[in-house]
Design a protein around this ligand. Structure first.
Ligand SMILES: Nc1ncnc2c1ncn2[C@@H]1O[C@H](COP(=O)(O)OP(=O)(O)OP(=O)(O)O)[C@@H](O)[C@H]1O
Length: 641
């Protein structure tokens, strides 16, 4: 029976102790071996490093009052203490010292044990201790939590009952809060530092120059690439005044003054008297109290070109990938090698899907320019109003929008490939001709001539002679381009290559599907009989569909093939003068596909066995709008019809 004046928290502890603690014997709490204590202290090193100064602060107030300040872990093991030597010796005589378990289950009711169990500050004085040997003492303790509420340990003060001061509890509570606050701020700092280290590592590894300076003009970050572009050591830049190194042109200063962001503006900086050309982007970092820093991204023009090159510079562009051993294809490969070694323009002609793209890339790949970029200008994919800005680039003044480089500049030192050159508007044809004659271009909005060294390759599946006769293609450009002409034969004219091509496509599909693939005899016969109006692209698409249909079986049977026409009347090159009749057939096919695919260009292209680009070209040429076929009347982006 507990006396009514006993506080409930103490009474509850006594009830817990009755079953397992003998109140009358001398204390024998468990103690860690020195080795275990040491490893525990190592584990708690950071927390103890925070707790120790707080413990000493508290001890300053209670020094000479025969007391001690204790810090335990969350289980109750005493990790550290500080106190009057007399009190420490007394505690030691009761087997209480660093390494001792002060849990309620071992020492009976005591402030540390109860504070850890009840997760609240508590004082236990005199007879409130369950064990008699502690009746002479007064303890106060407060639990310490982390930011998520997890119990970390307890801070306690112990004195003789006669010296016990009611303020002791307030002191340990304030001390515990101080430990928590310090730990949280340490953790935040550590997080920020690790985030900062992460950001710095990212900034250091990216290929763009990153330069940041504060409102006083002091450089607060410069990554290695920025140092490389500016040719100034990174250590010299950091912490220096930017003005000491870099002079911006007046229009950039104006942008900075007015805090206008710029993106990929081609600029010439004066760095310690040397001129550095690069693409500059500016961003402004704002805090609650206004502008905090300016962030500049610097990109060397060269690296941009290399980037373009990396996108295309893969070995798949080897001429060996133009499969076929027919005399026609051998001749194409021979011509392509001569074209690669020469310097002038090349015109590649042939029906859609015969490999014009492949050949253009291969010529570049085998040319002395292969280290330079290969840039594609897809004439049908660029909306007509954007053709000139895309081709020539745009120079805009500050505040007028974003300047961007021309395709010629991006291709400088490499090859510029005009895919479907027949779709180039007349104005752009003049630009191209002008470049071929003078070797310079001028960005829109600028009078400055830019000298570029670009080789031109063009492709076409159109009847260019017809277009010239109609006045839709400049004759002088046509003659200039066609000085070196390579014609890719349609597949139906080199059926002996069919099996080689099938083999190559099946090998690729087998790799993708993860099992070998072959054709039954009947399937091969059907493929041989087909006229392949869509050429190699159609073959690839038919085999892909069939392989997927056949999977998991490894043999493609006739049933797996999509319907194929066996007509022989497709054997007419697209640029022969019977275009109107063919055009009508094409128009009907496209309209049917549009209906079936609800105007979805990708699906239509698949159905028709042509590339998206080719389909867009036909749509534009035939002035077909897909809007009415789409359920939501939506226009597809990228091309205006
Ligand atoms: N001789 C060939 N050997 C191997 N693959 C080929 C060959 N010819 C074409 N191909 C493949 O056929 C597909 C279409 O080729 P490509 O895009 O070069 O044709 P294209 O004539 O430029 O077509 P379009 O005029 O429609 O743009 C590509 O996947 C290409 O790799």
């Amino acid at each position: 029976m507990v006396m009514p004046q006993v506080r409930p928290i103490i009474a509850a502890s006594w009830r817990r102790c009755w079953a397992r603690v003998d109140p009358y014997t001398s204390l024998k709490p468990p103690r860690l071996s020195d080795q275990h204590l040491f490893s525990m202290q190592v584990n708690y090193f950071e927390l103890m490093a925070i707790a120790r100064p707080v413990m000493e602060d508290i001890y300053q107030y209670i020094e000479n009052s025969n007391s001690a300040v204790l810090f335990t872990n969350s289980v109750g093991y005493l990790l550290d203490w500080v106190g009057d030597p007399g009190m420490l010796a007394t505690l030691e005589s009761m087997q209480i010292e660093p390494g001792t378990l002060l849990a309620e289950s071992e020492l009976g009711t005591n402030a540390i044990g109860v504070a850890l169990l009840e997760r609240e500050p508590v004082q236990v004085v005199g007879y409130e201790h369950f064990c008699q040997p502690l009746h002479d003492f007064g303890w106060a303790a407060a639990p310490v939590f982390d930011i998520s509420g997890k119990l970390l340990g307890a801070l306690g003060v112990v004195t003789r009952v006669s010296n016990f001061h009611p303020y002791a509890l307030g002191m340990v509570v304030a001390g515990a809060r101080a430990i928590e606050a310090q730990r949280q701020s340490d953790q935040l700092l550590e997080e920020q530092n690790s985030q900062l280290a992460g950001i710095n590592a990212i900034l250091a590894s990216i290929n763009e120059g990153i330069l940041a300076w504060n409102t006083e003009g002091i450089v607060i970050h410069a990554n290695p690439t920025a140092a490389e572009i500016l040719k100034v050591p990174q250590e010299s830049l950091m912490g220096a005044h930017l003005d000491a190194f870099v002079k911006f042109p007046p229009y950039v200063l104006d942008a900075l003054h007015r805090q206008i962001p710029v993106s990929d503006l081609e600029v010439q900086l004066s760095v310690l008297g040397e001129t550095v050309s690069c693409l500059l982007s500016l961003q402004y970092v704002r805090g609650r109290r206004g502008l905090r820093a300016i962030l500049a991204v610097l990109r060397p023009l060269k690296s941009l070109r290399e980037y373009v090159q990396r996108q295309v510079g893969s070995p798949t562009f080897d001429l060996q990938n133009l499969i076929g051993e027919s005399p026609a294809i051998r001749r194409v490969r021979r011509l392509a090698r001569s074209a690669a070694a020469a310097r002038g323009c090349v015109l590649i002609r042939g029906e859609s899907g015969t490999g014009k793209n492949l050949l253009a890339r291969a010529i570049h790949y085998h040319s002395p320019r292969s280290h330079g970029p290969f840039v594609v200008f897809a004439c049908t994919a660029v909306p007509s109003e954007l053709v000139l800005p895309e081709l020539l680039g745009v120079e805009r003044g500050v505040g007028e929008g974003i300047s961007h480089a021309s395709k010629f500049e991006l291709a400088d030192g490499g090859t510029l490939f005009f895919q479907d050159v027949e779709a180039l508007p007349l104005e752009a044809q003049s630009v191209l001709l002008n470049y071929l004659e003078l070797g310079i271009i001028q960005r829109i909005g600028s009078r400055k001539p830019i000298e570029v060294d670009v080789r031109i390759i063009a492709s076409s599946s159109a009847n260019l002679e017809h277009l010239v006769a109609e006045g839709n293609f400049r004759a002088d450009l046509f003659y200039r381009l066609s000085l070196f002409e390579i014609v890719l034969p349609p597949l139906r004219e080199r059926k002996q290559d069919l099996e080689l091509l099938i083999e190559q496509v099946l090998q690729r599909l087998a790799r993708q599907l993860g099992h070998p693939l072959s054709l039954s005899k009947d399937t091969l016969a059907i493929l041989r009989a087909h006229s392949w109006p869509g050429n190699v692209r159609e073959l690839e698409s038919v085999l892909t569909r069939a392989a997927v249909q056949a999977s998991p079986s490894q043999i493609i049977m006739p049933a797996h093939l999509p319907p194929l026409q066996t007509s022989t009347d497709a054997g007419v090159p697209m640029w022969m003068p019977n275009l109107p009749r063919l055009e009508e057939i094409e128009r009907q096919a496209i309209l049917q596909a549009a209906q079936q695919c609800h105007g979805n260009v990708s699906q239509m292209a698949r159905l028709l066995g042509v590339g998206r680009t080719t389909l867009w070209r036909h749509l534009r040429r035939m002035n077909i709008s897909l809007d009415s076929y789409r359920e939501d009347g939506r226009r597809e982006s990228g091309v205006s019809l």
